[in-house]
Design a protein around this ligand. Structure first.
Ligand code: GLU
Length: 277
């Protein structure tokens, strides 16, 4: 009887422990401890051509992927030992806070609101908010034409969606999805008039369907892309900053940009300067 109870308790405890670890998905180790063990989990986008894309064969491509791999190597982790996890815009802070990823490289703008929850290395790129419309659209030509009852799509938890709410709330109907590929689908089937986010993201989608979609107007914000890390982990932040600087200095940054985003026709810019705050 007593043995039975002990056994039942034991099984229950194991089941509980398994349930807890399965639902958290994270680990207690720091990013650098994981790197020391030879593995890293990195949050990227899965649906943004040229930046972070999961290909049909299960491989990953894009500038963010190349940056993640370069940083990983500098931290002593081989590219094949990086596990890429999808990090949709609205989930990035949570994934970092919960330790479900070691860092995030996902078109992730550095801003003060996010800095309350996470820290950022970088920037490793500077983008600007822009608009994507159907190629035959003539009435949306830039931010100043966001008037009337236009339907505009952006992504939950993103800076462009917030910017639209702040600046154009009365004039446009904002539709928010979880990912930009869903916005692009809505644009194609005519349920929205335009998609707004960073120019570099929109250029990738436009290049995917030549002659059907176009990026219009001048970029109307400044988006400094950072690598998100756990708040207070100054050690990993410093080492990632070193890695970004090395990537720029040895020419790998330009090479990676040219072979990824560059193929969409987006001009290869001067790399930014890392900000050691
Ligand atoms: N860079 C912007 C942001 O971090 C838009 C792109 C995105 O949602 O990933 O919110």
């Amino acid at each position: 009887m007593r043995i039975n109870r002990a056994l039942r308790f034991g099984v229950g405890a194991i089941a509980l422990a398994l349930a807890v670890s399965a639902c958290g998905g994270g680990d207690d180790k720091s990013g650098l401890e994981n790197a020391k063990d030879g593995k890293l989990t990195v949050g990227i986008k899965f649906d943004q051509p040229g930046l972070g894309l999961r290909n049909k064969d299960g491989s990953f491509s894009g500038f963010d992927v190349e940056v993640a791999k370069y940083v990983g190597e500098k931290l002593g982790v081989k590219p094949e030992n990086i596990e890429f996890k999808e990090a949709p815009s609205a989930q990035r802070e949570t994934l970092i806070e919960n330790g479900q990823v070691d860092f995030v490289v996902a078109t992730y703008s550095i801003n003060d609101k996010r800095k309350e929850k996470v820290d950022f290395a970088g920037p490793y790129f500077v983008a600007g908010q822009s608009l994507l419309v159907k190629a035959d659209n003539t009435d949306i030509t830039g931010a100043e034409s966001l008037t009337g009852n236009k339907k505009l799509c952006s992504v939950k938890g993103s800076t462009p969606a917030q910017n639209v709410k702040d600046k154009y709330a009365k004039d446009v109907q904002l539709q928010e999805f979880d990912t930009y590929s869903l916005c692009v689908e809505a644009l194609r089937n005519g349920s929205v008039d335009a998609v707004t986010t960073d120019d570099i993201i929109l250029a990738g989608f436009a290049a995917q369907s030549p002659g059907q979609l176009k990026v219009v107007g001048k970029p109307f914000t400044t988006e400094n892309y950072g690598i998100g890390v756990k708040k207070g982990d100054t050690e990993i932040r410093g080492q990632i900053n070193d890695a970004i600087e090395a990537m720029i200095a040895d020419g790998s940054w330009t090479k990676a940009f040219t072979s990824t985003v560059g193929s969409s026709g987006y001009p290869v810019p001067q790399p930014p300067t890392v900000n050691r705050y």
